[in-house]
Design a protein around this ligand. Structure first.
Ligand code: FMN
Length: 258
């Protein structure tokens, strides 16, 4: 990390020829109270930007949610590194309101599977999921069987911290918890994919059982769980199409309400 630089001529507010700002950030009185550092620059020539953007898209496009895992072990440090990558996510007021709880113990994985299947039986077999929901899930071929929770070498449960619980028992608000944890979840999935591991965002709703089973504190609520491992050789995935750019991107060029 770059060293802290006091505001001033050489500091973060140093004006540059193309500086369009009338109101500098940080303001001098703020910088006097809180440390700031100069952003480590990262820029590429535009051709390289295009090449990187394409490569990232192609790699991301190869990611699939996997429901058939191999039992081949995965070293714990790989999971930890993916969590560190996820934990770089931006978060409301930099509260980082997440906990990644990893389980590799076979007995505990089995208990998670049993509890998840109990909930999913109610969803799939006892109509807790309405007809529209079941229809949306049909192409995925999912049902209440969650064998992969036993087979995958790791289950990582991502908990959102609804509020901050300090060691002295006092609490503080967290901000934009779901948005922040959602971004962390996305980075976790991307980090696993980038190192060649497979996962599945799994939400056997309601997931309250995970807090009890894993002994988590009252401020934490399960957000998504991720079986993590290698895909089973020959694993099949639904033949899905991703929406083209025209369906997910709009540029507004004029004031739409004028
Ligand atoms: C928040 C969230 C919850 C999900 N829950 C489940 C789930 O409980 N069971 C499941 O089999 N897939 C689940 N999925 C995976 C989706 O079905 C999957 O992402 C989608 O079908 C697209 O497939 P792809 O991930 O291979 O692109 C979930 C995905 C997300 C983002």
């Amino acid at each position: 990390m770059a060293p802290a630089i006091p505001p001033g001529e050489d500091g973060p507010m140093a004006s540059q020829p193309d500086d369009p700002y009338e109101h500098p950030y940080p303001a001098p009185d703020l910088a006097a109270r809180h440390p700031f550092v100069v952003l480590e620059p990262y820029r590429y020539p535009v051709d390289e930007m295009r090449a990187r953007a394409r490569a990232f898209h192609e790699a991301a496009d190869r990611r699939r949610s996997v429901r058939m895992f191999s039992s081949e072990p995965v070293p714990r440090d790989l999971v930890e590194t993916a969590v560190m990558a996820a934990s770089t996510a931006p978060s409301g007021a930099h509260k980082q309101p997440w906990t990644f709880v990893a389980v590799s113990d076979p007995h505990l994985k089995s208990r998670i599977r049993a509890a998840a299947e109990e909930e999913e039986q109610k969803n799939y077999l006892e109509n807790r999921m309405n007809a529209e929901w079941q229809e949306a899930l049909a192409p995925l071929g999912t049902d209440h069987h969650k064998e992969y929770l036993d087979v995958a070498p790791w289950i990582v449960v991502l908990f959102e911290q609804r509020y901050e619980l300090r060691p002295d028992g006092t609490t503080r608000r967290n901000y934009y918890v779901k948005e922040s944890v959602g971004i962390a979840a996305g980075l976790f999935v991307a980090a696993l994919h980038d190192m060649g591991l497979a996962t599945l965002p799994h939400t056997p709703s309601p997931m309250a059982f995970l807090r009890t089973l894993l002994g988590r504190p009252a401020n934490e609520r399960p957000f998504v769980m991720f079986p993590v491992g290698h895909a089973l050789d020959g694993a099949q995935v639904p033949d899905l199409r991703r929406k083209p750019l025209a369906e997910v991107f709009v540029e507004v060029t004029d004031d739409p309400v004028a």
